[in-house]
Design a protein around this ligand. Structure first.
Ligand SMILES: [Zn+2]
Length: 267
C-alpha cells in the first residue's frame, strides 16, 4: 500500500528549547504553535478522514481495507514534552490521533515526556513507539550490535512502561540503511519510519519500512495540506530535494546541515 506519512517534531509557545533536544540542528525542525496550528488547519481543510494509525487492525501492510485510497499518517519524533502539552489536544480536537516516537533515554528529563504522560497518551489512543534509546547522531554508522542494543533497550523500556507490546519505531536523524531495519526487526519491531520522502511501504525481512515527509521550520503554512493531496507535485518536489541532499550528506557528516542550508537555500 501507499500512504503519506508526515513527520513533525516539537511545537513551542515561546522558545524552541521548551521541548525536545536542545541544539541548533534540532531547533530547525521545531514549529511555533502558530505555525503548527496553520499546518493542522490546512490538513483539516482538505481531509475529512482521520489519519491512519499503525495500531489499526491490519496495520500499514494491509491493503484495500481503508476508507480512503490516499491514507495519511501523523508522526512526531523525539519524545519532547510538547506532544503532551501541545500536539495531542490539537489532534484530538479534530478527532485525530498520531504516533509519538520516543528516544527513551530522555524520558523524564527536562523538555521530554515523563512516564505518566506517555502512559496517558497511550491510553488516549496515540501510538507510542521507539525513536532509539540514546538517539545516536549517525545511526546507520553504528555497529549492528549497537543498533540492536538501541532498539532492544528502547522497546523494553516502553513495553515495561505501558504493559503491552511495542512494534513501531522511527530512525533517528533519518540515517536509514537496510541493516538498521534488520536490527529493528531482530529487536521485535515490525514497522519502521524513515525520513525518505516516499509514499510506498516496503517489507524488509518482516519489518514494514515507511517513508515520511518532514514539516520543518520555515516551510510554507500549506505544506502539510499540499503533501496529503492526491496530486503528486509537492511530494515529488520533496523527494527531489531530499535526493539532492543525499548526494552530499555522506561526504560532509556533521558539516552537512550548514552546507545544505547554503546549497539549498533553506533555514
Ligand atoms: Zn530525532
Amino acid at each position: 500500500m501507499n500512504a503519506v506519512s508526515l513527520l513533525f517534531h516539537d511545537v513551542y509557545a515561546a522558545d524552541p528549547r521548551e521541548s525536545g533536544f536542545a541544539s541548533d540542528a534540532a531547533d530547525r525542525y521545531k514549529l511555533s504553535v502558530a505555525d503548527f496550528n496553520a499546518q493542522l488547519l490546512g490538513l483539516a481543510r482538505v481531509r475529512r478522514d482521520a489519519p491512519l494509525l499503525a495500531s489499526q487492525p491490519g496495520g500499514l501492510k494491509a491493503s484495500g481495507c481503508h476508507a480512503t485510497k490516499n491514507p495519511f499518517l501523523i508522526t512526531v519524533d523525539d519524545g519532547g514534552v510538547s506532544y503532551y502539552t501541545m500536539l495531542a489536544d490539537r489532534l484530538e480536537a479534530l478527532g485525530w490521533l498520531g504516533h509519538c516516537l520516543i528516544s527513551t533515554d530522555a524520558i523524564g528529563s527536562r523538555g521530554f515526556l515523563d512516564a505518566a504522560q506517555i502512559r496517558e497518551l497511550d491510553a488516549r489512543g496515540h501510538v507510542i513507539g521507539s525513536h532509539s534509546a540514546s538517539h545516536p547522531s549517525r545511526f546507520s554508522a553504528c555497529s549492528v550490535d549497537h543498533m540492536q542494543q538501541e532498539w532492544t533497550r528502547s522497546r523494553q523500556v516502553l513495553e515495561d512502561l505501558l504493559g503491552h507490546e511495542v512494534i513501531v519505531a522511527s530512525v533517528p536523524g533519518g540515517y536509514y540503511s537496510r541493516t538498521v531495519a534488520h536490527a529493528a526487526r531482530e529487536a521485535g519491531l515490525r514497522m519502521l519510519f524513515t525520513s525518505e520522502p516516499i509514499t510506498s511501504i516496503h517489507d524488509e525481512q518482516g519489518c514494514a519500512v515507511i517513508g515520511r515527509f518532514p514539516i520543518r521550520r520555515g516551510d510554507a503554512p500549506d505544506t502539510a495540506q499540499r503533501l496529503v493531496l492526491p496530486a503528486p507535485w509537492t511530494r515529488w518536489s520533496a523527494w527531489t530535494t531530499w535526493n539532492a541532499k543525499g548526494l552530499i550528506k555522506p561526504l560532509l557528516g556533521p558539516a552537512y546541515t550548514r552546507v545544505a542550508d547554503f546549497v539549498l537555500g533553506h533555514g
